[in-house]
Structures are given as structure tokens and as C-alpha cells.
Unconditional design. Structure first.
Length: 409
């Protein structure tokens, strides 16, 4: 039985589910100078300026001698080999031929190496238990290697699976890894801390995390995850609406190729329902963390409620002061074509009002979600020169401030 392929299947599916198949690449290959073809990593997750490389290692384990704990020394050779294999990634990044690959959707995508400013390395260790062994929970003495210039994180498959269940957006996972690297680099938590306890600190005790890092306070996080189980139940309830954004991404992919006429006033970056349009739209939605996705859906739900008493309701918002991208949600009692026209006009006005270069708009009917029809558009407003009439209409329509600049906590 080929355990290696099966294990890679499991890890790939975890990444596809949490980070989307669009950004997940399995076994990307490159050619060395001598012409030999080689794998750069087991898995790559490429998103914006971040490259997350994952190397998977397995080892047969006999737990009879230590039923409660397996020291890192028992598997150090496998882990060291995985870390050593990351050298192939460095070689690949320096190869001029390493410029495109096929993602988990089977789509060939370009790889802009010059845009990568952050590289994170993850080793996933998978124990293969012998027939006479009783599987036990594995705990490593060290799970993070912060000494080098590139962060290296070590997880068992069980730990990695749990983390991607808890941190199921790429922005949230990267934030966790960054905080984790800082905590271990400054030796502020024990080197063998459980990743789930670290997650509880970064998720439920954000103010305490900031104080720990600023004041360099050593903190034992043991059993922190257990103590926050009641908080986890509440978090899951609050996050439930946010998964509409995840479902929307899958629906947009399914709609590729279905021709739909779009009002000419849309200054779209690509033809609607084309693969190019999909690939340009998805990063704007996928870059939102779980909290931001929930905030966006909350705004959308509130606009639908307002639309029960008025013809149209909308709200625009910017998640970061440094961002030149605005998001827009709109609900209207109009027919779909009229709703699209309204989305085009409001997007232009919102871009003018919030001084944005790009507006990502979602429009639904007043019957949403019973009538699930939803339109999404990424509108380039950077070169639009609004007329005096549009400016006047914008000021009138926005006099109740249906827009805001949000602050991430």
C-alpha cells in the first residue's frame, strides 16, 4: 500500500477545504540545471505575497517502550530530512522555468516569484503504527524552529488537521503561524506547547497575546484550549453565517462558462463568468479572514431586511485604512438586470466616496436567501472620472452614511 500518496491526499484535501483548491498546488516540479526534474515540495499554497510550503514525512512507530510520549529524538531523522528537502524549494525559486503550475482545480496558473515576500515552511509528521503498537498521542519537544530567517513549523497530522478545522481561512492560519513564530522566537512559551493551546491564546486572548509580546512575559499555555471550550461553542455560532462567502466562491467557479449579459456601465476587469474573471475575483474574497467574512454577510443580511420597506439598500466598507479596495453589498426589489445596473452605479459612487481603486460588489434580491440568485462584480473605478451629476447623486444617496472604514481587532 502506498501510504505516502494516501497521506498526501489527506493533507491536500485539508488545504483545499480551508484554503481553496485555487491556491493549492501538489508536487510542483522544476528542472535543475542538469535537466533533472525534481519536486519543489509536497504541497504549496500560494496566496498574494505569501508562499506556504508543506513537506510531509511518515515513520513507522512502535510505542511499546514509551506509551505516553515519543521524544523528538525518535523521529528526528525524518524531520531533519523534511527540513533538508526545503532546499529544493530554494533551488526551484531560483529556476527561471519555475513560473507556472497546475492548481488543485486542474487550472494552469502563473507564479509571480517576484511578488513573494513571505515564505513559511510547515512539516507534517505522520506516524505509521506497527501492528503490535497501540496508537498514542505524539508530543514533540520542539514544534517551531524560529532561529533561521524562514519560519519552520512542525505538526503531527492530527495537530495539523485540528488547526485547519479551527483556522479555516488562509489569513487566519498565517496570522496564527506568525504569532506562533514570534512566541517561540522570543521564548515566551514552552518549546513543546500544544498547537491547540497556542491557537486558544491567539484567538480568545488577543489582548493578552499583545501584552505578552510587548512586555516579553513568559507564559505557560498548557490546557488553555480546554479552558476555552465554552468560548469555542459561541465562536462557532457567530462564524456560521460567514460560510456564505466560501459557498459563493464555489458557486462562482461552477458558473464559469455560463454566459450572462452585463450592463456596459460596469468597468469590469474581465469578462463575466470567464475563468479569468473568476481568478481575479476569488483573491478579493479569499483574503478576508473568518471574522471579516462574517461582517460582510451581516451587512448583507441587514440590507435585505431594510429592503423589505424600501426599494434598495446598500452599504460599502473598507476593512483597512491602508487598503484601496472597497467592498459593497446591495439588496434591491428590482429584476436582476436592473439590480446589476444599480450595482454598477452604486459601485462607481462608492469608489468616489471611499477613494477606492477597486470595488468588490455583491448584489441580491430582497427575497435572498430564499431566492439564491447573487451577482458578484469586481469593478475598476481607478480611472473613472465621475460627472457632476454622479457626484451630486452620490452625495444625496450617501447622506445617511451607508459606508464605513472598519478596524480589524
Amino acid at each position: 500500500m502506498n501510504f505516502g500518496r494516501e497521506i498526501e491526499d489527506v493533507v491536500e484535501n485539508l488545504c483545499k477545504k480551508s484554503f481553496f483548491a485555487d491556491f493549492t498546488i501538489r508536487n510542483p516540479k522544476y528542472r535543475k540545471l542538469n535537466g533533472e526534474e525534481k519536486e519543489a515540495a509536497d504541497l504549496l499554497v500560494v496566496f498574494n505575497n505569501t508562499l506556504l510550503a508543506i513537506q510531509i514525512k511518515s515513520k513507522q512507530i512502535d510505542s511499546s517502550s514509551q506509551p505516553c510520549r515519543i521524544e523528538l529524538a525518535r523521529v528526528s531523522k525524518s524531520v531533519d530530512k523534511a527540513i533538508h528537502q526545503f532546499r529544493a524549494l530554494t533551488e526551484a525559486l531560483n529556476s527561471p522555468q519555475f513560473k507556472s503550475f497546475r492548481n488543485a482545480r486542474g487550472v494552469e496558473i502563473a507564479f509571480e516569484k517576484n511578488q513573494v515576500t513571505e515564505v513559511i515552511l510547515v512539516v507534517v509528521f505522520v506516524p505509521i503504527w506497527s501492528e503490535k503498537s497501540k496508537p498514542v498521542q505524539i508530543r514533540f519537544d520542539t514544534t517551531c524552529y524560529p532561529e533561521g530567517p524562514i519560519p519552520i513549523h512542525l505538526f503531527t497530522l492530527r495537530q495539523f488537521s485540528l488547526l485547519l478545522l479551527l483556522l479555516d481561512t488562509l489569513p487566519d492560519f498565517i496570522f496564527y503561524l506568525t504569532a506562533r513564530w514570534m512566541l517561540h522566537g522570543e521564548k515566551l512559551i514552552p518549546p513543546g506547547s500544544d498547537p491547540a493551546d497556542e491557537w486558544a491564546l491567539t484567538t480568545f486572548e488577543r489582548k493578552r497575546l499583545i501584552e505578552i509580546c510587548e512586555k516579553k512575559i513568559f507564559t505557560d499555555v498548557t490546557d488553555l484550549n480546554k479552558r476555552h471550550q465554552p468560548s469555542l461553542a459561541g465562536l462557532e455560532r457567530r462564524e456560521k453565517p460567514s460560510y456564505f462567502i466560501d459557498q459563493l466562491i464555489e458557486q462562482l467557479y461552477a458558473a464559469i462558462g455560463s454566459g450572462e449579459a452585463v450592463d456596459k456601465r460596469f468597468n469590469l476587469l474581465a469578462e463575466p463568468n470567464s475563468l479569468k474573471a473568476y481568478q481575479m475575483t476569488i483573491p478579493y474574497l479569499a483574503k478576508l479572514n473568518r471574522k471579516d467574512r462574517g461582517q460582510m454577510v451581516e451587512f448583507l443580511v441587514n440590507r435585505v431586511k431594510q429592503c423589505q420597506e424600501q426599494e434598495i439598500a446598500f452599504r460599502g466598507f473598507i476593512f483597512s485604512e491602508e487598503s484601496d479596495e472597497a467592498y459593497l453589498v446591495l439588496a434591491a426589489k428590482f429584476e436582476r438586470e436592473e439590480r446589476r445596473i444599480a450595482l454598477a452605479n452604486v459601485a462607481m459612487g462608492m469608489g468616489h466616496k471611499l477613494k477606492a481603486k477597486t470595488v468588490i460588489g455583491i448584489a441580491v434580491s430582497n427575497d435572498w436567501p430564499d431566492l439564491p440568485t447573487c451577482d458578484v462584480a469586481v469593478v475598476d473605478v481607478s480611472k473613472l472620472k465621475p460627472s457632476a451629476e454622479l457626484i451630486e447623486m452620490t452625495e444625496m444617496a450617501f447622506n445617511k452614511r451607508p459606508y464605513s472604514r472598519l478596524r480589524r481587532s
